[in-house]
Design a protein around this ligand. Sequence first.
Ligand code: C8R
Length: 263
Amino acid sequence: GKPEVSPKMMKWKDRGTTKNLQEVILGRCYSYVMARYPELGDKDCLKIWESLKHAFIYKNPCNTTSEDYQPLMELASHPIPCNKSLFWSKTKDLAHRYTKSNQNFLTLEDTLLGYMTDTVSWCGDPSAPGINYESCPKRSECESNPTSVFWKMASKMFAEEACGVVQVMLNGSIEAGAFRSNSIFGSIEVFNLNPDKVSAVHIWLMHDIGGPQSESCSGHSIMMLRSILEERNFTITCEDNYRPVQLLQCVQNPDHTDCQPCA
Ligand code: C8R
């Protein structure tokens, strides 16, 4: 009979390593170091790529540890000016659009480490060629996969580095609540802000234009966040639909009633 054409066996459920990973990481690294922040000058992009590669190549992708990334974190880290750190949860695109239009704020993706790795995926495999381009493990398959461990570690470092007033952009249109204690912001960043360096946390609670306002600054999950932060001795403010960010949302929805004068 006719041989069955079977789909390629996928080992894991998430997408595989980004094609041309080396070129993507090196290209972004050089562009960040040379074009965007020439003042960082002495970063060795080739060494940075090698340290990322060695963190996962030929390894079991479910046994990733923070030690694997330690060399990368040290090579890629650079100072972040006080008062500029912007954290986010479920507002990724809006937060990134905002930092592109306002140079006073930086998200993790505006640092070298996050800039190189945003939207990229990678994982290893014990057998040759040591990189799995077909599939990578989802968090539900194994918690200690290369990208999950990476983002947790990078987020921890980003929070530890913060100083002065920090801001967090949360999503008030989420049914489950704007602050989720199992998110990276809620489980890692909040607890790694250093009270000796950070004075205040400003919450910007944005709701989608035309979307529901499921939660406001007096909402339940924001109260939870407040109490965690107060316990850690930070001053807290919360603003519903922080105007400079809402104006950016309105650029994409100019005719919506939420965007009309006196709305
Ligand atoms: N941060 C976390 N995760 C990040 C990230 C980042 O900067 N950048 C990317 N691409 N990711 P979410 P959260 C990916 O649920 O859990 C930092 C990861 O795959 O909307 O609270 C950042 O400083 C990760 O699993 O938010 C920010 O303050 C999801 O996106 C928080 O942590 C996380 O998306 C955001 O993490």
